[in-house]
Design a protein around this ligand. Structure first.
Ligand code: KIV
Length: 284
């Protein structure tokens, strides 16, 4: 196995011009697949609520569910750095809760870093988690856990102003996350020029999703990349395969084979090692 990707490795990639390539994964087989493709960072995102559990938002995802999925991913022993997402209300109530829950993802889930959403409002929380040497990744701009405040999954920072979600506030969030000690920050759903300005300004790597090509890295949700879901992919995502179609055709062929008596055949059958009575033997 090639050497494990570490947090310091990714910090060194800031501004080097070699984009950090990140993707989500939620279980063992897909972690093997994405890791063998050379991904730098795997996020066990709370997006699993929407793409795996069939929820409309990420809000109901629990700590227990995150730990369960983190375990499946880390059991695959990927070379990529594994980051576990802190779900809604696992870090907003108190810094003590946040440190304990981040610690659970590390100790029980086996991840190497955690991610949480928010900027100025969660700066002290980021600092508290970082103070116990758990690397933290920030996430600003379109933050899906704030879906009700935003009135939907809407692009942020399009207008000038210092209110939450406006351009100057998004910049203040980025600066707050860096100053609090995050090692990297996800920039989601914001104008390209804003992401470029933040990337220029920060000394930590920025990882974009729906934030244009000028970030230090990119992340996408695996199910969008593979065409696994039946919901429409977001405009910023690129589908590299149509696996839902491939999988559905494969299962349809299996159904036809069993119904048509084409499967299983002799090739898929076992035989007794001791002689069987004639009647049973004749049956098969
Ligand atoms: O939960 C998630 O998958 C995420 C990414 C979209 C960045 O937060």
């Amino acid at each position: 196995m090639e050497r494990k990707v570490t947090v310091p490795d990714l910090i060194k990639r800031k501004g080097v011009g070699e984009p950090i390539v990140c993707i989500t994964a939620y279980d063992f087989p897909f972690t093997r697949i994405v890791d063998s493709a050379g991904i730098d960072l795997i996020l066990v995102g709370d997006s699993l609520g929407m793409v795996v559990q069939g929820l409309d938002t990420t809000l109901p995802v629990t700590m227990d569910e995150m730990v369960y999925h983190c375990r499946m991913v880390t059991r695959a022993r990927p070379r990529a750095l594994v980051v576990g997402d802190l779900p809604f209300l696992s870090y907003q109530v108190s810094a003590a809760d946040a440190v304990a829950n981040a610690g659970r993802l590390i100790k029980d889930g086996g991840v190497e870093a955690v991610k949480l959403e928010g900027g100025v409002a969660v700066a002290e929380t980021i600092a508290a988690i970082a103070a116990v040497d758990i690397p933290v990744m920030g996430h600003i701009g379109l933050t899906p856990q704030s879906v009700h405040r935003m009135g939907g999954h809407k692009v942020q920072g399009r207008q000038r102003g210092s209110k939450v979600g406006q351009r100057e506030r998004v910049i203040a969030d980025a600066v707050a996350v860096e100053e609090a000690g995050a090692f990297a920050v996800v920039l989601e759903g914001m104008p390209r020029d804003l992401a470029a300005e933040i990337t220029e300004r920060l000394t930590i790597p920025t990882i974009g999703i729906g934030a244009g090509p000028d970030c230090d890295g990119q992340i996408l949700v695996l199910h969008d990349v593979l065409g696994l879901g039946d919901r429409v992919s977001p405009r910023f995502a690129k589908r590299y395969a149509e696996l839902r179609h491939v999988a559905s055709e494969a299962v349809r062929a299996y159904v036809e084979d069993v119904r048509g008596g084409v499967f299983p055949t002799e090739q898929h059958s076992f035989h007794s090692l001791t002689p069987v009575p004639n009647k049973v033997a004749a049956q098969g």
